[in-house]
Design a protein. Structure first.
Length: 321
């Protein structure tokens, strides 16, 4: 009887979280390679807070922008491999820019250890809303053809997915449009609102407040399927451009020489953070999908993305970041 009572009491106790082989003793840094206010910043800060709660130490989000995200990720690749400096990596830094015929300051696959995908997010092509001249993608394309070199598009930097998505559109529709790169998508959107560029392709979260307010108009989503947030907006495939497909994503990386026990501890905490109910709600509210993965799954994913974007880089002739 006494043994059964002890076992029953033990079963009623909450499960203790397993101790990690490595536990940080000071705050960590998550380097976000774009300016504040953009989607990378939004997702990075939510993730940093959830990750810090799992590791038991604050994870400070630090914006370090430039060169389409290269400068921030380069800083992490060259940081001390002690687990205290993390990178929010991007489609551009892992799958697009490495395919360009230019020398990067780091090797994306040799100098970083890639732990997990963090989030996937759809993109939308948008133009100025109130007072804007375009109501459909067909009107935008017609204007670009009538005024070669007269229309500009903004991006978060040369080689970013927001750049390549617009280059894909220009190649598919045979347009002569001018690229205006920024240090992040937020300033590009500001100039779109001010009429200084004519269109952007950007992550849904950064555009939705302006779309809801009517100051920006969505013309197409660059995903395989329509999205719940914009059910009446057609996909580029529906509009006759099936090759213009771009889903953005962000991942988690650390310096390659970081000891495996530290990598494993951060990876385990990251998976817990990405399954946290509060984080899931915040991400899905803006149409983004938290995407925890094993290290092997994530490496396979990166390789698939590299094979997807390398031909696009060659076809569009983008050769610098």
């Amino acid at each position: 009887m006494r043994r059964r009572t002890i076992l029953a009491s033990a079963a009623a106790l909450p499960m203790a979280r397993p101790a990690r082989a490595w536990q940080p003793d000071r705050p960590l840094r998550l380097v976000i390679p774009f300016v504040a206010g953009g989607p990378a910043d939004l997702f990075g800060r939510v993730f940093a807070e959830a990750l810090g709660a799992r590791l038991g130490k604050t994870v400070v989000a630090e914006n370090r922008s430039g060169a389409g995200g290269v400068l921030g990720v380069d800083a992490v690749a060259k940081a001390a491999p002690d687990g205290y400096t993390l990178a929010l990596t991007t489609t551009a830094t892992l799958a697009i820019i490495p395919a360009m015929p230019v020398r990067m300051p780091f090797d994306a696959m040799r100098d970083l250890a890639h732990l997990t995908l963090v989030v996937r997010v759809p993109e939308v092509l948008a133009v100025k809303g109130e007072g804007g001249e375009f109501r459909t993608l067909a009107e935008l394309i017609a204007a670009a053809k009538a005024r070669p070199g007269g229309l500009q598009f903004g991006s978060s930097g040369v080689g970013s997915i927001t750049h390549l998505a617009c280059e894909l559109l220009a190649a598919e529709a045979k347009l002569d449009v001018v690229h205006v790169p920024y240090r992040g998508i937020a300033p590009a959107v500001t100039d779109l609102l001010g009429g200084r560029v004519h269109f952007v392709v950007a992550d849904v979260p950064v555009l939705m407040p302006h779309i809801t307010a009517g100051t920006l108009r969505p013309l197409a989503v660059t995903t395989a399927n329509r999205i719940a947030a914009l059910p009446d907006v057609p996909t580029t495939a529906e509009l006759g451009m099936p090759s213009v497909v771009s889903d953005n994503w962000y991942g988690l990386g650390v310096p390659a020489a970081t000891p495996r026990p530290i990598q494993d501890a951060i990876h385990a905490a990251a998976l817990e953070a990405l399954r946290d109910e509060a984080l899931v709600r915040q991400f899905t509210r803006v149409e983004a999908t938290p995407s925890p993965m094993s290290r092997e799954q994530y490496m396979d994913f990166i390789q698939v993305e590299q094979r997807k974007w390398a031909p696009v880089v060659r076809a569009t002739g983008v050769n610098t970041y």
